[in-house]
Design a protein around this ligand. Sequence first.
Ligand SMILES: Nc1ncnc2c1ncn2[C@@H]1O[C@H](COP(=O)(O)OP(=O)(O)OP(=O)(O)O)[C@@H](O)[C@H]1O
Length: 314
Amino acid sequence: MNAIHTEALTKRYSNGRGCSDVHISVREGEAFGFLGPNGAGKSTFVKMLVGLIFPTEGRASLFGEPAGTVAARRMLGYLPELYRYQEWLTGEEVVRLHAKLVGLGRDETNRRVPELLERVGIGLRSRDRVKNYSKGMQQRLGLACALVGDPRILFLDEPSSAMDPIGRSEVRQLLHELKAQGKTIFLNSHLMEDVESLCDRVALLNNGTVLQQGLVSDVLQQRPVWKLRIGGFAPALLDWLRVETGLELRVVAAESDGSAVLEAQLESEEQAGWLHSLLIGQGATLYESTKSRTKLEEWFVTELAGKSHRGEKL
Ligand SMILES: Nc1ncnc2c1ncn2[C@@H]1O[C@H](COP(=O)(O)OP(=O)(O)OP(=O)(O)O)[C@@H](O)[C@H]1O
C-alpha cells in the first residue's frame, strides 16, 4: 500500500489558481521531492493532503485512509510554509501543547519533548518565549511540533527556508536520520541540493500541473554533461566542431596558453568518443574528459525553459 496516493487531485481557488489533476504515489519509507517555481501550487497540494483545505475534484489517501479524516491525520506531521506559534508561550510549552493535541501521555511527553527540543537545536533556549526567537528558531520549533507525535509521514513545506547555512545542514542531517528510521517524507523545497541528496523521487509542478515525475537517479542521468580539458584550443576550432557535430558546445574556461575546458551534453559514451577523435583529428590535445551527473537544478531550469509560469515572488 502506498503511503501517499492521489488521483486527479485538484484545487481551484475562486481566482482559478491552485493545482489540478495531480496523480502521485509515494511508497512507505520514500522521500519525495515536490518542486516547482513560486506559485506552482506546491503548498496547495500539501494542504489538501494534510486536510487543511478540501479538493475541488479528485481523491487523496494516506496509507489507504482518505486525506482529511482523523485516521489519516493521526499518521502525519506537518511543518507549514507559513508557521506562527503562540509568541507568549515558551518553545517547550508550544511543543507540549502539540504533544497534547496529538494525544501523547504524560510520561511520553516528558520523555519526548526535551529530547526533540535538543534534536532540533533549540535545547538551551527552550524556556525562552517564542516572541524572542529568530525566524530560524521558530522554524526549528515547527519541526519539533511536526515530529512530536512520531508520525509515519512527514509533510515539510520549505523546512529550512528561514535558516542559516548551519541550520540548513542540521535539518538536512535530521531528515536523513528520519528517512533511515523508515519515515515517509514529502518535501516541498527550492533547495535542489537537499532534494537531490535526500529524495528518491521528484515531481516538477508548473502552473498547477505536474510537468514531469520520476526517480531522482533517472533525472540525474538524463543528460550527462561532459567536460573536456584540451590543449591547442582556438575559437575557430569551436565553430568548426559546432557545425560538424550539431552539438551545443560551451567554453567553460579558456587560457592564453591555448588550454580550455569545453562542456557538452552528450547522449552516449560513443558520442563522447567521436567528439574526442574529432578534437584530436583537428590537432588538439585531450588532457582530460569527465562525465558529470546532471544536477537537479539544471534539470529544473531546462524543463521550465521557454514555458510560462506564474513566477510569483515569495
Ligand atoms: N487561498 C487562496 N486563494 C486564492 N489563490 C490562492 C490561495 N492560495 C494560493 N493561491 C494561488 O494559487 C497558486 C498556487 O499557490 P501555492 O502557494 O500553492 O504555490 P507554491 O508552489 O507553494 O508557491 P511558493 O513556492 O511560492 O511557496 C498561486 O497562484 C497562489 O497565488
